[in-house]
Design a protein around this ligand. Sequence first.
Ligand SMILES: Nc1ncnc2c1ncn2[C@@H]1O[C@H](COP(=O)(O)OP(=O)(O)OP(=O)(O)O)[C@@H](O)[C@H]1O
Length: 246
Amino acid sequence: MVLKIEHLTGGYTGVPVIKDINLEIKAGEALGLIGLNGAGKSTTIKHLLGLLRPQKGQIRLNDIDLSRQPSDFKRQVAYIPETPVLYSELTLKEHLELTMMSYHLNEKNAWVKAQELLQLFRLDDKLEWLPIHFSKGMKQKVMIVSAFLADTSLLVIDEPFTGLDPLAVSNLITLINEATAAGKMVLMSTHILTGAEQTISHYAVLNNGTIEMVGSLNAIRAHYGLTEADPIDRIYQVLNQEQQNA
Ligand SMILES: Nc1ncnc2c1ncn2[C@@H]1O[C@H](COP(=O)(O)OP(=O)(O)OP(=O)(O)O)[C@@H](O)[C@H]1O
């Protein structure tokens, strides 16, 4: 399996927000999408989820083209949004049943996996709860459980670490590492670089709607003139300086 984003130009109106984006994620790889606020990370993700129509370019998972076979493509993709999206009238159990139906999962096998994930995130005794009873972090955990339950080839994760306690962060990192070890692909947008390095194989830096570079953490350090002693988050200061000089 390979995800290919080729010459993607798009956005919300006629004026493109992202321009000529080229990205590739192979089986077993986790790509970190980084960049300042407004750089175009969420817009790229919205295109990848089929929520926005490209002005130019294409997105393919192997030979499945998103614009031509949207249902086949979307069945291969699970998404963990930055802000949890839950139906107020559905219990946790019903949310998981919805995931099982949407992804055509075998219910018996899926419940075995669901129980493991629920236990990991300490939600196993909350199956009858409605979203109103959940804290922000618990809602985020429901999104995580649903996404890993879906067992798709590609996992798209937007700002995964905000709002989670350290135990949940550590469990999420373990799950992502297990997914890539099993040959799945991950695209993760994140501002929190410390910690992300435990899961991410390479990074793409978005700056003002274009990909400025793709590479390992060391390649990024070299590109932006950072030394090994510099905290990796220093990259944001360099990007900010670049924008001010432009
Ligand atoms: N719904 C929208 N309609 C019009 N323009 C939008 C919309 N959402 C975002 N934009 C614009 O698109 C550009 C890229 O925004 P995007 O949300 O992709 O950035 P981001 O890199 O995800 O930022 P952040 O780190 O703040 O989440 C910004 O200039 C933003 O103003």
